[in-house]
Design a protein around this ligand. Sequence first.
Ligand code: P53
Length: 483
Amino acid sequence: MFEEKMPKGFLWGGAVAAHQLEGAWNVDGKGPSVADVMTVGSADQPREITDTVEPGKIYPNHDAIDFYHHYPEDIKMMAEMGFKCFRTSIAWTRIFPKGDEAEPNEKGLEFYDKLFDCCHKYGIEPVITLSHFEIPLHLVHQYGGWRSRKMIDFFTKFAKVCFQRYRDKVKYWMTFNEIDNQSDFNNPFLMATNSGLLFRKGENREAAMYQAAHYEVVASALAVEIGHQINPDFQIGCMINYMPIYPATAKPADQLLAQEAAQRRYWFSDVQANGEYPREVETYLQRKGYRQDITTADRMILREGTVDYVGFSYYSSMTVSADKVGVDELTDLHSAGVPNDNLPKTDWHWEVDPEGLRYGLNWLTDRYHKPLFIVENGMGAYDKVTADGKIHDDYRIDYLRQHISEMEKAVVLDGVDLMGYTPWGCIDLVSAGTGQMDKRYGFIYVDKNDKGEGSLKRSRKDSFYWFQHVIESNGADLDYGVK
Ligand code: P53
């Protein structure tokens, strides 16, 4: 147990994303986003991305947990847990239903006014992601998503409208969720969600990714500049999915490969935090002839729009082996990955590595010299409701407890500058990767299953009371109710 507590004002809370919990997919003028044409999958079955909404298929994001109509009750429960902040996103298609309209949709703007007012009523600070896997479907079909430079204008217009409207209600922002997931460019789901890229047959996916991601980092930098003009007190961050990349052995080739893999994965945040492409990635792009459309003006924008903090999600680490992919043959990171036998796995095969979080907090501090914010962490698990209506989720408490403990070492022993901690899916919601409801992360249980059946009734899991004590003690008591 720590004598020292976390810093005063530390932002304890929870994280969600609009499309994964709001539902009301076509209510009050909302247009369809790319998430609205994704079906339900499972641990071993990927989600299908259809052209349009097809009859007979289950699209779990359409209704989700209907947070759109339940938010007063849900925020109240989060306040009961003691949340200091609440991370969600603004569904782009509520504000610009197609994405390329001249004027925003007033009804959509009003919804977030009400939501943010509700948060403030309980002293909860909203933490807002602008683009969290919710690209307007029209922009995907009409412009090819981020293949098009025009997306920079559409996105920055959306960002500006939000910054102006919520100037006095939201202080903490992030531009793109998990922008670096695209280093896994052979994963069609990640490319569709992050960039609205639907691949053509035989296309060079890596080339398409680098060009699209370039437009995104430019749009992100412009948004940072616009935001700071609108309110100099805004804290605007980038957001990456951070995973330590370990060498499989102490062989120098594995070490080199791990370093190279990190360069290919973290150049996104390098650009966003440091204002320029790192040398090795610039050289790689020149060698390959990728990202041909970059202008002098783009480079200026990148330099001027650096972020205030680095937000990141943390779920697991990855391990790479030069026996799989040679050092100079690395393209997509996934292909170099090997299992790490030292680590247990979740039911969805994600490796659990609490110490990797402390390692990461130090690594990111060394690399960026900026405040950090853990905006997602957690473990998807099956929950069982017992006869007395309770959910005894000791496995979830165990996971979070170990991670928070490592986080506290990084802050107290290593001096990392950390703004807050918002575990993922604080209320059960639709999984991004699989579309399932039964892959649960929440402290608050929601009665709904993968087929879309259930009363939507909310109830408190054991972890609810545990996290309440963690927050109440500012991170000093991690043992409440632990046997
Ligand atoms: P789910 C892949 C790898 C790491 C994080 O994920 C990821 C993904 C995408 O599935 O996504 C983030 O729901 C994301 C959230 C997502 C959460 O992690 O697949 O920012 O939207 O729900 C957990 O279990």
